[in-house]
Design a protein. Structure first.
Length: 222
């Protein structure tokens, strides 16, 4: 007999949601609400989604890095980091994790997210790396994934944006992550032609491994 999710041991369970295309702000508010209302018994979750075009500014971001946003909305949010762009063709990975229960620090979570992309592109013979001065993942100094987190009540939200096949022009309207000379790329430009669903599946596999959660029972909500 399969127990309902709420009756399973929480340390042995993780909920994975594939949410499709969602407006940024309602989903951000949903992450906040989830984090505010969760209890010590609430299962951890990972949300996969993508957003219509939007620029987001971190808590202490300077608007000087927002150059010519044009008709793309700008939202000030409660994550760390500077300004970035989200749009269709970008895989958003939002880990909603009780860090204390999982025995993870913030640096552990950032490293897990970054290493997920490093491992994913390595499967295609491409070398990527993180940088100490700017969270995210880079291939030959071109940024392919950005990371920005918030931790509240000991739990994380926000997460990582991985460029699969995204319109890169909007990045020219900002100083991405606060760097005026930073180039941005995507998986397609690197010759990785895997379908987005396959990329998500591989990212999920690597992320759970690096979070030391690959032995958990996965409850999928598609």
């Amino acid at each position: 007999m399969t127990l309902p999710a709420e009756n399973l041991p929480q340390s042995d369970l993780i909920v994975v949601r594939t949410l499709g295309l969602h407006d940024y702000e309602p989903l951000w508010r949903g992450m906040q609400q989830f984090t505010e209302s969760r209890s010590p018994l609430t299962p951890d979750e990972i949300w996969f989604t993508e957003h219509p075009p939007v620029f987001t500014l971190g808590l202490n971001a300077s608007r000087d890095h927002l150059l010519t946003p044009g008709d793309i909305p700008v939202i000030q949010v409660d994550r760390g980091g500077q300004v970035t762009y989200h749009g269709p063709g970008q895989l958003m990975i939002y880990p909603l994790i009780d860090l204390k229960r999982a025995r993870l620090g913030v640096r552990d979570l950032v490293t897990a997210l970054e290493q997920t992309v490093v491992d994913l592109v390595a499967e295609h013979g491409i070398e990527a790396a993180s940088r100490k001065d700017a969270p995210g993942v880079y291939v030959e100094e071109r940024k392919i994934a950005s990371v920005g987190l918030r931790v509240r009540r000991g739990a994380s939200y926000h997460g990582m944006a991985l460029n699969i096949e995204v319109d890169l022009e909007p990045f020219s309207r900002i100083n991405p992550c606060g760097f005026s000379d930073l180039e941005v790329t995507d998986l397609r430009a690197l010759g990785i032609g895997a379908e987005p669903s396959e990329i998500q599946a591989r990212a999920q596999l690597h992320l759970l491994k690096h979070l030391r959660m690959d032995d958990r029972e996965i409850v999928s909500d598609i």
